[in-house]
Design a protein around this ligand. Sequence first.
Ligand SMILES: [Zn+2]
Length: 429
Amino acid sequence: MASKGSLADGVWRALRPVPGLVQPDVVLPDVADGALVAVVVAQGQVCWVGPNDAVPAAYAALPQWDGGGALATPGLVDCHTHLVYGGQRANEFAMRLAGATYEEVARAGGGIVSSVKATRAATEDELFALAAPRLQALLQEGVCAIEIKSGYGLALEHERKQLRVARRLGEAFGVTVCTTFLGAHALPPEYMGRSQAYTDLVCNEMLPALAAEGLVDAVDVFCERIAFTLAETEQVFQAAQKLGIPVKLHAEQLSDMGGSALAARYGALSCDHIEHLSADGIAAMQSAGTVAVLLPGAYYTLRDTQLPPIAALRAAGVPMAVSTDHNPGTSPALSLLLMANMACTLFRLTVPEALAGITTHAARALGLQDSHGLIASGRPANFVLWPVAEAAELAYWLGHKPAATIVRQGLVVADGLGVCAVAGDHHGV
Ligand SMILES: [Zn+2]
């Protein structure tokens, strides 16, 4: 299942840039005039970005690809997913339709714990086979980097299994995968009523072991009244800090726990959900440079009515990312473009905010701001050419998967626009 694709090395001409999504020192031609840019890729890296008519002569010998005026964005970044799990939870969907709330479902033994059962019962290969088509659905839409959390194992061997599958998915599909250890996602059934003992296990045994195996890029906690307290969250953050691993937080989804301010004190990469985020939380995130990750798929699925404080985040200059939060319970979403649409429609993000949310700001939420989320020289070639007339179309269509040309990790992995088919058969995909 190795990633297929031909080398993207060459001069990609006649591309329409999206302001803000190309390196800031490039003087862009006036996009309103329909002026175009070129991107030069050599050895899988972007090595030059600039006006279409100013490509240095040194690159003349490289293959020349004619983008035909296609809109170019950086590869998309999905910065919050629970992609690896056993089973699915359509039954809870039905329960909620019959009137049950998320908390009632959780208290009835459904929710996260039912995914824990199914995940524990699955082998590593089974989990890989289940997650692969989900990942493919996201990749087909131009995702070039993705975060995958554990949190359905809730025991060392099963958390390890999930994180190993996440790593294997990255290698098999040629996509950047950031692994996040979310051992503190829910109390496993065998620890019911022993929250402190489980938190100790997470901090003292699971995290150090998994970190030593190179399986943990970040540490996350579900800080909520149905999950972990503020004090338990801080204990996990301290354990992560001791190992030099960055933290992030499922924060203020169902109530204002003050988790975001705590996370900001630990320099969190992101606080995610944040429907109930307070003014103090916003101020703390702003000063720590913490990204606000908006998850409209969960908001939609739960029919939440508490909107995240978008206007206040915007006014404070807190970067806002948008992600699928793909998970079997509250956001079985497999389209980042649909999430961009929902972020606009439900949360009133502007189109440029939504596009930055699934690229630049999402990369920052993963600590990948120097390698992903921007078309810029010195970075691995990850970009998408879209068959659309204007950038707003990326957030406008509902459930439409445009046939894009996708360059991921220096390879042309899809060529919906036929750019490479025209340019030469040895580069056809
Ligand atoms: Zn989540």
